[in-house]
Design a protein around this ligand. Structure first.
Ligand code: F6P
Length: 502
């Protein structure tokens, strides 16, 4: 049976499962509250409120088996050239641990360790200066991971250096960041794998001019030469990146320098260790007990068996409020594909739209639609057991809300008044971290990365290229002369719009 046929069989499973309302499915199998849960170190995940049963789960495990999911994981860790459209290895796992004897993976790990040594030296050097603020300039994978990590973990470390992020090409973004800072006490870090990204080049130039020269400019890039020539930065102030690390998987490399500046190099290395622990679990654990595989197969079930078109990430912790932004790129840039490895169209739907925010705020914005709207939105609810804030009543209320929402989504509530009825049957996974530390944070992100990869394996698509973002960039570059009044745009609607802009 080929993978597509197997996936369409999942739909038949769904037809069977959906005949029983979710609360009854759960009541009929009380042990599932414990059995459909996994713990890996500080990460606990409970899948009991997903709209499947054990038979459906087995069908999902079989689907993973059919595509040799564990063999494909081994291929990732061993540095096989699984990014076949760009003929590249994908070795972000080598940035945080040594999991493979393959020469290419060992070599990558050695390079990562050397770069880490340079990162530590740079963090120390900056700490010995009078620099109080660092502006990190980058976009997409060169921004979202570090921005999330700094926001989530900054309280865990020293804040001798305050880190600010600048990504958007909109000049208001630069204006806002710089308005609060003193150039004589600031430095800038330009992060770009390619050093060809329009936004980062323009914002980098603004920073260079604002700082009054290149003396306090640093860079991280896979294209050291371009960084050196474009901004006149000496090579010793440019940290390396490599083509075997995808942008959205790069916060574990020197791209994570803003994190090391904000929480200290030791904290950064604890984050890597947390990710490495999760890597070891994912690589060595059979699919039936493998957390990333469960997460991935649940996503496949919701997309292909239940036909759900979006997925929400709801972080019940203020410090993780940027998690959904980060995951949007990780998931949607990786899985937003509609052709398989051989170029043939996929036979089933791939990535749903990922979105989300932080609870409890979002309960007062879009939860109405989640409870009573016509679209069912499966969700990851993420909570943290231990609070680091001194307000115990708030923390208990936060937990009460997290638990209440997942219960209400699943069980609903009958009413004679249709306006006041809740249908229930809304699936969710509850993920709990023991505490929010660099270690647990690293483990959580690693879990999501592997889930994304395993989804791509089931769907037969390449999770590591992103050709879809190129066209818009090319057209934007073509339109610059038209906007400057030096040429006419070809497209009639664009021409009319440019007239308005002028
Ligand atoms: O959005 C497209 C993209 O290529 C992402 O994949 C990448 O993370 C981002 O642009 C930034 O690229 P760079 O690090 O090369 O500036």
């Amino acid at each position: 049976m080929d993978a597509d046929t197997r996936l369409s069989h999942l739909r038949a499973q769904a037809g069977r499962v959906l005949r029983t309302p979710l609360p009854r499915l759960i009541a009929a199998d009380p042990a599932r509250a414990h059995d459909l849960a996994l713990r890996v170190g500080p990460v606990y995940a409970n899948f009991a409120r997903q709209y499947y049963d054990r038979e459906a789960l087995q069908a999902l495990f079989d689907a993973a088996e059919a595509v040799d999911a564990r063999g494909r994981l081994r291929a990732l860790f061993d540095g096989e050239r699984i990014n076949h459209t760009e003929d590249r290895s994908v070795l972000h796992t080598a940035l945080r641990g040594s999991h493979s004897d393959a020469p290419v993976a060992r070599d990558a790990h050695a390079q990562a360790l050397e770069a880490r040594g340079r990162m530590r030296a740079l963090v120390d050097t900056l700490a010995a200066t009078d620099v109080t603020d660092v502006v990190s300039v980058g976009i997409g994978g060169s921004d979202l991971g570090p921005r999330l990590a700094v926001d989530a973990l900054a309280a865990a470390g020293h804040d001798r250096v305050r880190v600010h992020f600048l990504s958007n090409v909109d000049g208001h973004a630069a204006q806002r960041v710089l308005a609060r800072l003193d150039p004589s006490r600031s430095a800038a870090l330009l992060i770009s794998k390619t050093f060809g990204t329009q936004e980062t080049l323009l914002n980098g130039a603004i920073l260079r001019d604002w700082l009054g020269g290149t003396e306090r400019l640093f860079a991280v890039s896979a294209n050291v030469e371009r960084a050196a020539t474009a901004f006149d930065i000496p090579p010793e102030r440019i940290l390396p990146m490599w083509d075997w690390v995808g942008g959205r998987y790069s916060l574990w490399s020197a791209v994570g320098l803003p994190i090391a500046l904000a929480i200290g190099m030791d904290g950064f290395e604890q984050m890597l260790a947390g990710a490495a622990d999760m890597d070891a679990h994912v690589l060595h654990t059979p699919i039936e007990r493998n957390l990333a595989a469960w997460h991935a197969l649940t996503a496949v079930w919701n997309r292909n068996a239940l036909g759900l078109t979006t997925h929400a990430v709801l972080a019940y912790d203020e410090r993780l409020k940027l998690l959904s932004n980060y995951l949007q790129q990780l998931v949607m840039e990786s899985l937003g594909k509609s052709v398989r490895a051989d170029g043939s169209p996929v036979a089933v739907d791939t990535v749903p739209v990922w979105w989300g925010g932080a609870g409890t705020d979002t309960q007062h914005s879009f939860f109405q639609a989640l409870h009573q709207g016509t679209s069912i939105v499966p969700a990851d609810f993420i909570g943290v057991v231990r609070s680091d804030a001194p307000f115990a009543d708030n923390h208990r209320a936060l937990h009460a809300n997290l638990l209440a929402q997942t219960e209400a989504f699943a069980n609903g509530q009958a009413s004679d008044d249709p306006h006041r009825a809740y249908a229930g049957g809304r699936p969710s996974t509850t993920i709990l971290l023991d505490a929010l530390t660099p270690h647990s944070f690293g483990a959580l992100l690693s879990m999501y990365e592997h889930s994304v990869y395993l989804q791509s394996v089931v769907w037969g698509i390449n999770a590591f290229d992103q050709f879809g973002v190129e066209l818009g960039k090319q057209v934007a570059n073509r339109l610059l002369p038209a906007l400057a009044g030096e040429a006419e745009a070809d497209d009639p609607v664009t021409r009319a719009l440019i007239q308005q802009l002028r």
